[in-house]
Design a protein around this ligand. Structure first.
Ligand SMILES: [Zn+2]
Length: 159
């Protein structure tokens, strides 16, 4: 069984996001033995753009297929104080994001949407599956390779 520690999820995302953010300097990466172009991620100008994107993701046919119940539940987006953290409020299905480069980025929004779709506050196997599905469905094809490699390098096998 594959087990990933909670902070390892953040570490993998950090490695993944650093690769995306440094694509000007390092436009290619070696992933599972092959060289791929490092893709860009969407950046949002304001909260209205984030809301549009969130609705677009929830209405995507593949997301609807994999998460038929959760994708029908609307997600609210609001401003969050504190520059370095975003979170998902389960009780109100609300994503709270800081108004900066971190908060207004696709990877941050997909992380919080993974909480919504998996209906979990933590970073368990269901959360990881949801984030994997979102990156694979919504981002460039190279993105999921980069993310999976980052996760696989942090995975520890137990029992
Ligand atoms: Zn989280």
């Amino acid at each position: 069984m594959v087990r990933i520690a909670a902070n390892a999820v953040y570490q993998a995302e950090q490695i993944f996001e650093n690769a995306l953010n440094n694509r000007d300097k390092f436009p290619t990466a070696i992933v599972f033995g092959s060289t791929v172009n490092v893709p860009d991620q969407r950046r949002f100008g304001d909260y209205q753009h984030v809301r549009k994107y969130v609705n677009y993701v929830l209405a995507h046919p593949h997301i609807r297929h994999v998460y038929p119940t959760r994708s029908l539940k609307p997600v609210k987006v609001r401003v969050r104080k504190g520059p370095n953290k975003a979170h998902y409020e389960r009780s109100t299905s609300t994503i709270a994001l800081p108004d900066n480069r971190f908060g207004m980025s696709e990877v941050t929004v997909l992380h919080e949407l993974a909480h919504h779709l998996s209906d979990t506050g933590g970073h368990d196997a269901l959360f990881i599956k949801a984030l994997d599905t979102l990156i694979e469905t919504m981002m460039a094809p190279e993105a999921i390779l980069l993310y999976r490699e980052a996760v696989s390098n942090l995975t520890t096998t137990s029992e």
